[in-house]
Structures are given as structure tokens and as C-alpha cells.
Ligand binder design. Structure first.
Ligand code: NAD
Ligand code: WQD
Length: 336
């Protein structure tokens, strides 16, 4: 069964590719390398001992993308990871974000319609809930993104749901909370040059690449005053995509699931856990709150457990140990 993976060289896609290959899916990857390198694809092949098909193409360019659909006639489903994803950057460059994420998705949806591909898994994000009124957050919570990146995700969801209704597509929307960690081999992982998210930053400080972590405020309404988030191991998240494909094989319709654990950790708990993993104290200072941050964001995983049969299995230790293994084996990421 052939699956088309957009953004196929990226962080979450590379882990998903490994899990899909384990289940003998045939993979066709598309990426324009705006935030990745080909080495991650080679590493996926090394881990799995299987080959994938790769097309370098930009989703913004309809004819480049159409060539892939033209060449790969029997695509069973698309998993759509390709997007720009940095919240802060999206505030600085909204047009770039809308163009990449919305135009790219529109081109993809148009190709699906033209070539009769009807099954779709979408990488959405807890960011669509913005500053949620109730935590843990249920899938029925109000959509209210607070930045251009979040708006693009909410729009991509809406356009997808409208198209699904019109064209009879089957869709699974996965709203990821905070993906972290790496594959147990240490061969693939997150490779940001300038990390925005907490764990890759802590990891680079632990490795001596950066001096110290700045904790964005210790006066939040949380047990230790620092922000609490629902971190999910990227391998657990990858497995949710295999489950989503299975869901599409056995069900028709559209389905939306939170992908988190329901268990939160504070910034200080994450730094402490990482310090244990790397064997020395990771230095940090308390700084100002980051604009747009909120105290606590947690998934309510009840619907995904009950209806989707999905349970995250890996815990905090697996998250930080695997992240540290990846960091220490690849001090310069895929380039090193
Ligand atoms: P990533 O940047 O590692 O992966 C995205 C990939 O898409 C990259 O390889 C990039 O080169 C590619 N890409 C982007 N625009 C493209 C285009 N126009 N044409 C072709 N390829 C393009 O990011 P990731 O963390 O793996 O995220 C994957 C998806 O998950 C994204 O849609 C992101 O919004 C979503 N998501 C990520 C997180 C997170 O914290 N990492 C959380 C929630 C949702
Ligand atoms: C986690 C906690 C920070 C960095 C973002 C996006 C979301 C999704 C996941 C894509 C917060 C604190 C962080 C640092 C810190 N991505 N922090 N010092 O903000 O929950 O979610 O990534 O869809 O859309 O918004 O994740 O990792 O940036 O922050 O103290 O240097 O760590 O304040 O409490 P966030 P994060």
C-alpha cells in the first residue's frame, strides 16, 4: 500500500517513516528541504533496511507536485507534514507562512481531487486551541489560534474538512501537543539550527553549544511557577500515524484526535530530567515571560484512547534519554 508523505525528510516524518516501513507500507516522500536535509532519508533507510522513493519538490509549485501524482498513480493515502512551524517567525513573516502552508496545502488538495486520492492524515497542532478556556483540552474546545502559524493550521483543517465533505474524502486530523525525543538508535532526531522549542534548546545547552537555558518566567499559576506542557515522545507520535492509516482502511468519514499523554511537566522538571540523562546539571536562569505563552496546556486524551485506541507508551525518561543520545551522537545534527 503506497503512502505519499509530504515534508518527508522532516523531524516527525522521519520517525513516522520508520514506523510505516516496519508495517511494510511503500513510501513516496516529497520535500523541498527548506527545513531538512536528505541525510535524514538515508538514515531512515539505514534503520529500516528498506528503500523509499524520494521527490525533491516544493508544494507551493503545483506543476512540480503534480508530476509526483502523475508518476505515482496508485497512492492510497497522503500524510501531510509539510509546513513552516515556528510561532515567532510566523509573527515576523506572516505572508511567507500563509503562502507556504495554505498555498502548499491547496495544491496538494487539488492534486488529490484530480488524481482521485481519497484518504488523508493531517499534522495539526494544539496551537489551534490558542489559549484554551479549559485544560485538559478536549477536541471540542473552541478553535482560537493566537498567531499566524496557528491560523494557518486552523485554516488548513477547515479547507480539508470542506473538501472532504464535497469530494467524499476520509480524513484523520491529529492535533499534536509537544513532540520531543528521538529514535532509540540515535540515528534520527530533531535538528534545528536555532531551536525555539524547549527540549532542543536544553539539549544544545547540555552539549555546550549554547550557554544556558532561559526559563520564560517562574510566576505562572503552576506548582513550581514555570510553564507546564504535555510532552509526547516522537516515536509514540509516529505510531499514531500508523494507527491513522489503519483507521482509514476500516472507516469512512472525518476524525479529529488530540495526540498527547494528558500528563504535564514543568520547564524545571524537563531541565532536571535532562540533567539526569546527560549526567551533569544543565545551567539555566529565570527570565521574562515569553509573549503569547500560557501557564498550562495539556491534552485530554480520552477521545483518542476510547475511539482511536491510541495510548502513548513512552515516558519522560525515554524522551530525555533518546534526545540526549541523538544530541551526543550527532553534535552537529545531520551535518556533523
Ligand atoms: P519539520 O520542519 O522538521 O518538517 C517539515 C518538513 O516539511 C521539512 O522537512 C520541510 O523541509 C518540509 N516543507 C515545508 N514546506 C514545504 C514545502 N512548501 N514543500 C515541500 N516541503 C516542505 O517539522 P516537524 O516538527 O517534523 O513538523 C511536521 C508537521 O507537524 C508540521 O506540519 C508541523 O506544523 C506539525 N507540528 C509540529 C509540532 C512540533 O512541535 N514539532 C507540533 C505540532 C504540529
Ligand atoms: C514549552 C515550555 C515555554 C523555550 C510550541 C508551539 C506549538 C507546537 C509545539 C507546533 C513553555 C518554555 C521554552 C525556552 C522556556 N508546535 N520555554 N525556555 O510553546 O508549548 O508550543 O511548540 O505546532 O504550536 O506553540 O512549546 O517548547 O516552545 O515551550 O522556558 O527557551 O517551555 O515558556 O512553557 P510551546 P515550547
Amino acid at each position: 500500500m503506497k503512502i505519499l508523505i509530504t515534508g518527508g525528510a522532516g523531524y516527525i516524518a522521519s520517525h513516522t517513516n520508520v514506523e510505516l516501513l516496519k508495517e511494510n507500507y511503500e513510501l513516496v516522500l516529497v520535500d523541498n528541504f527548506c527545513n531538512s536535509v536528505y541525510e535524514s532519508v538515508k538514515r531512515v533507510e539505514e534503520i529500516s533496511g528498506k528503500k523509499v522513493k524520494f521527490y525533491e519538490a516544493d508544494l507551493k509549485n503545483y506543476s512540480e507536485l503534480e508530476k509526483v501524482f502523475e508518476a505515482e498513480k496508485d497512492i492510497y493515502a497522503v500524510i501531510h507534514f509539510a509546513a513552516l512551524k515556528a510561532v515567532g517567525e510566523s509573527v515576523e513573516k506572516p505572508l511567507e507562512y500563509y503562502e507556504n502552508n495554505i498555498s502548499g496545502s491547496l495544491n496538494l488538495y487539488k492534486c488529490m481531487k484530480k488524481y482521485g486520492v481519497k484518504n488523508f492524515v493531517f499534522s495539526s497542532s494544539a496551537t489551534v486551541y490558542g489559549d484554551p478556556e479549559e485544560v485538559p483540552v478536549k477536541e471540542t474546545a473552541r478553535i482560537g489560534a493566537t498567531n499566524p502559524y496557528g491560523h494557518t493550521k486552523a485554516m488548513m483543517e477547515q479547507i480539508l474538512l470542506d473538501s472532504a465533505k464535497a469530494h467524499g474524502w476520509n480524513v484523520v486530523i491529529l492535533r499534536y501537543f509537544n513532540p520531543v525525543g528521538a529514535h532509540e538508535s540515535g540515528l534520527i532526531g530533531e535538528d534545528p539550527e536555532y531551536p525555539n522549542n524547549l527540549l532542543p534548546f536544553v539539549s544544545q545547552v547540555a552539549a555546550g553549544i549554547r550557554e544556558k537555558v532561559v526559563v520564560f518566567g517562574d510566576d505562572w499559576n503552576t506548582p513550581d511557577g514555570t510553564g507546564v506542557r504535555d510532552y509526547i515522545h516522537v516515536v509514540d507520535l509516529a505510531k499514531a500515524h500508523v494507527k491513522a492509516i489503519e483507521k482509514l482502511k476500516n472507516n469512512q468519514g472525518t476524525f479529529i484526535y488530540n495526540i498527547g499523554t494528558g500528563r504535564g511537566y514543568s520547564v524545571i522538571e524537563m531541565i532536571d530530567a535532562f540533567s539526569k540523562a546527560c549526567g551533569h546539571k544543565v545551567p539555566y536562569v529565570i527570565g521574562q515571560r515569553r509573549s503569547g505563552d500560557v501557564a498550562t496546556v495539556l491534552a485530554d486524551p480520552a477521545k483518542s484512547i476510547k475511539e482511536f485506541g491510541y495510548i502513548a507508551e513512552l515516558g519522560l525518561e525515554d524522551m530525555v534519554n533518546s534526545a540526549w543520545k541523538w544530541q551526543s551522537l550527532n553534535p552537529k545534527g545531520y551535518k556533523g
